[in-house]
Design a protein around this ligand. Structure first.
Ligand SMILES: [Zn+2]
Length: 458
């Protein structure tokens, strides 16, 4: 994600509640996710009317029990549930604490596969993530003329029932029906089923929070992708042409990254640029862009800003293909690398001195006494502020200067290969860097990630 408001860097540092709960075990979001099973695939069928904001959903989750289950839960809030089926049979359920709790008629054995189907309807609403400033709501954002789902890090379950944590990535089929003249968009490759229904296939695992649906009045613009990768961008109808020079940068920067950190990890790419109307209802999308898997979503600010397009493209490797294990400890290497890639783009297009200038400017702003915020462990409130972005990017710059270009890119590439379509951690990154460097890199990372003052810029 990229948010353009300095207000996001909230200085209120609170100790994170570590209360035991039925969450998957993330210390930053202790109630998020569920234990006892892993979802492998979701089949979402959504009928949405932007005019009435009526949403009708039918979601199947394929999962396997990782322990014997007498009962289990998925994350889900809002809506009226019509029916829940387990392996085709209607089952009783309860709803408490943002969980939909299922009571199987007979226990599910460890290793057993099952299918949970939830049919529901209602008017989706935005929600407040603890990671964003008060009032900056996200989730299902309905605006005059359309709607879009923007859910990082903890709000996917405000529009579909799921195991809502990066530790449970899954593949997705998303079928969206919307009345004419609205266009439906989701992750992966879309095929028209009828005039009003489009079916999208995302064949590589994604975090739940990086699944999106956008319904609105869009024009689609096909683009020639690197190695014939299918690429379609969506812009508000009537604004075709305004973003072209930014889009032109995408295949070039995709090649730059692929040559250094490994092949582009998904089967398609493209971006969605939202219309100005969204800014009237969403403080977030007035100022943000988000790396939804294979189809990042941009507020209108995305138009004409190639650096931001490169930031979200970079997240396809770092963030989407390799995702956090837990949000607070890992967000720095996700956002830090995406931010760093903006400087790489500056270097690619404007040369070395422009890169040096960008690094120096960032360092000057955040290295002053009292300004440095160590990026290594962040509270929910700090996740999308300067520590992860600028602190993280400066850490990558220092790593590159310390290792040299060849070993720096080899480290990033090996880290991605090791954790491809799964989850990585800071510990993994240190181990990979140490292996590539041929020496213990832990002291370097401790200095940059956990020191109270800004380390000297190499
Ligand atoms: Zn980002």
């Amino acid at each position: 994600m990229k948010v353009y408001l300095s207000a996001v860097a909230c200085l209120l540092v609170m100790s994170v509640a570590r209360a035991q709960s039925d969450g998957i075990g993330d210390p930053t979001f202790s109630k998020l996710g569920n234990k006892g099973y892993l979802a492998s695939h979701y089949d979402l069928k959504i009928n949405y009317n932007p005019t009435s904001n009526l949403f009708v959903g039918d979601v199947k989750m394929d999962a396997v029990a990782t322990t014997g289950l007498k009962t289990f839960s998925v994350d889900f809030t809002g809506f009226t549930i019509k029916r829940v089926r387990l392996n085709g049979a209607t089952v009783p359920f309860t709803r408490t604490d943002a969980k939909l709790r299922i009571q199987p008629v007979k226990p599910i054995a460890k290793g057993e596969k099952f299918v949970l189907e939830t049919e529901y309807s209602g008017n989706p609403k935005t929600a407040q993530s603890a990671s964003l400033p008060p009032g900056m709501k996200s989730g299902w954002i309905s605006y005059p003329g359309g709607a879009v789902a923007v859910c990082e890090p903890d709000l996917a379950h405000t529009w579909f029932p799921c195991n809502d944590h990066p530790l449970n990535k899954a593949t997705f089929d998303v079928e969206v029906t919307a009345p004419s003249p609205f266009v439906s968009i989701s992750n992966g490759i879309g095929t028209a089923v009828t005039q009003n229904t489009t079916h999208f296939v995302l064949d590589k695992p994604s975090m739940t929070c990086m699944v999106t649906v956008a319904v609105g009045k869009f024009a689609s613009i096909k683009q020639k992708g690197l190695n014939d990768l299918p690429m379609t961008n969506y812009v508000p109808r009537g604004t075709e042409g305004q973003s072209q020079h930014s889009f032109d940068a995408t295949p070039k920067f995709m090649k730059f990254l692929a040559d250094r950190i490994g092949p582009y990890p998904f089967s398609s790419y493209g971006v969605v640029i939202l219309p100005n109307e969204v800014t009237g209802v969403s403080m977030l999308m007035a100022a943000a862009a988000i790396e939804t898997t294979s189809i990042p979503v941009f507020g209108p600010i995305g138009v004409g800003n190639p650096e931001t397009l490169c930031h979200e493209l970079t997240h396809q490797w770092m963030g989407d293909c390799v995702s956090v294990r837990n949000w607070g400890d890992d967000i720095w290497w996700v956002e830090g690398f995406a931010q760093y890639s903006e400087w790489l783009f500056v270097e690619m297009t404007e040369g070395k001195s422009a890169y040096d200038q960008a690094v120096k400017a960032a360092y000057g702003q955040y290295s002053a006494p009292g300004k440095w915020l160590k990026p290594g462990h962040l509270t929910a409130q700090e996740m999308f502020g300067a520590p992860s972005y600028v602190g993280g990017a400066l850490t990558y710059h220092a790593l590159r200067k310390t290792l040299g270009d060849v070993k720096f890119y080899a480290t990033i590439k090996a880290f991605i290969e090791k954790n491809r379509y799964g989850n990585g951690s800071t510990k993994d990154l240190i181990e990979v860097a140490s292996k590539v460097a041929g020496r213990d890199m832990k002291p370097f990372f401790v200095t940059w990630l956990s020191g109270d003052t800004a380390p000297k810029l190499p």
